[in-house]
Design a protein around this ligand. Structure first.
Ligand code: BDP
Length: 678
């Protein structure tokens, strides 16, 4: 037997390693408290939120003294932002709201963790958006629609009596990047979420999130009055229905006094809505807005609507909503997906942005990688988010970017907002792929400040999550910056879109067809490959979607010569022999892009393997395995698309690119056994 002393030493020595297992569970919150030096932290004001702020500093701040100053008059214009002044030995964080102090504390800790210069700090931060919200597509049975990191975090069965420690960890992670709201349940909403039993469960979560500054919202099913309480219908213009919503809203606010409001998917993909009763989106949204109004609640009404009979799905949100501009209450905000079809690896921005001058509207991004390789592919999404936010709508002259249209600068908004569909599940590392954590992080940071660059956010995240060593930082940052474009290249370059396998949206199926199925769910509807060429004609002589964009975009998109090549096949049906800017034919260019995508992923593998010494064993191995999957999938995509499109182009795959290693007929037989809720 070991002498007791030696045994004790062993345990003490090993303890930190057990506590800090490198399994990704700590996300970017890897503050080091070993050297905490009992800094003097003071605050005259007290509240649960300020208490958290104080504790975070006590545990992790390695400087000397920090004073938290709360003054809701003096710093009024800050919203929930903050000021940081001083230097490492003496710092003041000022704010006009409790959360502001907490955000200031996380900012300070981030500076410390990323090795920033702490001399002479003069920071002033005001968030770009008032509401920075995650949308969880979590079902009440624990599955997640389009979730790839395991089952839901919310243990509905156990709530409200059993509280998982991860609820608070979730709130803390969000607060650390400024996210201040969350929609708990799927937009394809079960009416059950509004039963009293579930409202009690929602209250339990809201109570945990509140001190972290996070408000809870719910997705609601428009037919709830009828389904839950047997009303004859759910017609928004009927008093009985209006009263039902008023009573339900009151019940919710009794339990959750700071409840945020409702998110609604109506008359889309089979969901019920006001149009079932011949009413408009505005009439439906306004009814809910009136119920929420006395409590300061909001309706986020989604513009993701389309039906199979229309000639071009990409036009429909604009067609349905522009005529309703000005008809919505001021506590309604229209939630619009970044692209007009559906979260594709690349789309132009949705033409509805900036097209409604009298209706507040907001962006919906997708962090979960429904169309970008699930949690198997490394795809850093900040460049995708920025591409939309920085896109100029020209709705109010040059510089009317989507960011400015939605942040209250151009279109008035009672509260400005930005949302994204979460990629969070109960996996130990939260997001399935270690690098997918960066997308949660990036959304939060851009929602806070849409002027940050993708590079800057990647750098912060890498330093916080892995290492600040330049030898690690530079190649990993480069890999992240290249990753989204690599996915576009090996999946759908040059403006191709939605050529996925039916339903699961993981693999390629450009040949996909289902006799009798909705055309707008079929790949051929989008790529239109034939013997003359490839792409969707959305020009003035085609579906005319180009006309929904302001000049000079309309003309630029409409003309084959001026249309940006990365959106060429989105707007044009282009001949196989068309000469591209590179001098190659369209066909050769397509081959070049698919091949480049594959080569890029191979480079990512090499980059990562070379960095083994800088990463703990577990995370190194897990990322390495995912990159192998990604490399195999990239080849699968390239071969499937090129071999299939070649049956139309009848042109050879250029000899300087890698040869296909699959047979088209074999690839067509692949049927992935992935359920909808994989
Ligand atoms: C599509 C998803 C589907 C969602 C829908 C939506 O495939 O699961 O329900 O969007 O956003 O991207 O409502």
């Amino acid at each position: 037997m070991w002498p007791i002393k030696r045994y004790f030493l062993y345990v003490v020595f090993l303890l930190p390693f057990f506590c800090h297992a490198e399994d990704g569970s700590r996300l970017w919150l890897r503050f080091d408290n070993k050297k905490a030096n009992h800094a003097k932290i003071t605050s005259k004001q007290e509240s649960p939120t300020i208490q958290i702020a104080v504790n975070e500093l006590k545990n992790y701040w390695q400087g000397q003294s920090v004073e938290l100053k709360f003054n809701n008059k003096k710093f009024d214009g800050l919203k929930d932002g903050y000021l940081i002044d001083g230097n490492k030995s003496r710092i003041t964080i000022s704010a006009s709201q409790d959360q502001g102090l907490l955000y200031g504390v996380y900012h300070l800790l981030r500076l410390q963790q990323t090795g920033a210069n702490l001399a002479n700090l003069h920071v002033k931060e005001i968030p770009s958006y008032d509401i920075r919200i995650l949308n969880h597509w979590d079902n009440l049975d624990g599955t997640i629609e389009r979730g790839y990191a395991g089952y839901s975090l919310w243990k509905w069965e156990e709530l409200p009596s059993t509280i998982s420690p991860r609820y608070e960890a979730y709130a803390r992670a969000n607060a650390s990047i400024g996210i201040n709201a969350t929609v708990l349940n799927n937009v394809n909403a079960s009416p059950k979420i509004l039963t009293s039993d579930y409202v009690a469960k929602v209250k339990a979560l809201a109570d945990i999130f509140r001190p972290y500054g996070i408000k809870v919202y719910l997705s609601v099913n428009f037919s709830s009055p009828k389904v839950l309480d047997g009303l004859a219908d759910s017609d928004p213009l009927r008093k009985e229905v209006q009263d039902w919503w008023k009573a339900k809203t009151k019940e919710i606010y009794q339990q959750v006094p700071d409840f945020g409001g409702f998110l609604v998917k109506a008359n889309s993909e089979g969901q019920p809505g006001p149009q079932d009763y011949g009413r408009t989106h505005a009439e439906g949204a306004n009814m809910l807005a009136d119920a929420l109004k006395p409590y300061g609640g909001l309706v986020m009404w989604r513009a993701f609507v389309y039906n199979p009979t229309e000639q071009d799905r990409a036009k429909q949100a604009y067609q349905e909503f522009v005529p309703l501009d000005g008809a919505f209450r001021d506590n309604v905000i229209i939630q619009i997906k970044n692209g007009p079809v559906d979260f594709q690896p690349r789309e132009p921005f949705t033409s509805l942005f900036g097209a409604m001058k009298q209706t507040a509207h907001m962006v919906e991004f997708q962090i979960t990688q429904e169309y970008l390789g699930f949690s198997n592919h490394l795809a850093y999404l900040a460049p995708l988010f920025k591409e939309t936010l920085d896109a100029d709508t020209y709705c109010d002259g040059q510089g009317s970017t989507v960011a400015r249209v939605t942040d209250g600068s151009i279109v008035e908004a009672k509260k400005s907002a930005i949302s994204a569909v979460a990629n969070i599940g109960e996996d130990t590392n939260w997001t399935g792929h270690h690098f997918a954590q960066a997308n949660w992080y990036a959304f939060g940071r851009l929602a806070w400040n849409h002027q940050l660059s993708s590079e800057q956010i990647a750098e912060e995240w890498i330093k916080m999550t892995f290492s600040s060593d330049q030898a690690f930082l530079e190649p990993v940052q480069q890999m992240m910056m290249d990753s989204r474009e690599a996915v576009v290249d090996y999946m759908m370059p040059l403006g191709l879109h939605h050529i996925f396998a039916f339903d699961h949206h993981y693999g390629p199926e450009p040949w996909g067809d289902m006799p009798g199925g909705r055309p707008d769910w079929m790949p051929w509807y989008y790529h239109n490959a034939d013997s003359t060429g490839l792409g969707f004609d959305r020009t003035t002589t085609g579906s005319n979607a180009v006309s929904q964009y302001n000049e000079p975009l309309r003309s630029a998109f409409n003309n084959l010569k001026t249309c940006p090549e990365n959106l060429l096949l989105w707007f044009h049906h282009v001949s196989w022999t068309h000469s591209m800017k590179s001098g190659r034919t369209l066909w050769d260019e397509l081959c070049f892009h698919y091949d480049r995508g594959v080569q890029e992923v191979r480079e990512f593998q090499k980059t990562w393997d070379k960095l083994e010494q800088y990463v703990d064993r577990q995370r190194f191995g897990e990322v390495q395995s995912k990159l192998k999957i990604q490399a195999r999938d990239a080849v699968w995509w390239k071969d499937a698309c090129l071999l299939y499109f070649q049956t139309f182009s009848k042109m050879p795959i250029p000899y300087d690119i890698e040869r296909p290693i699959h047979e088209l007929e074999e690839l067509k037989k692949i049927k992935l056994n992935m359920k909808h809720h994989n």
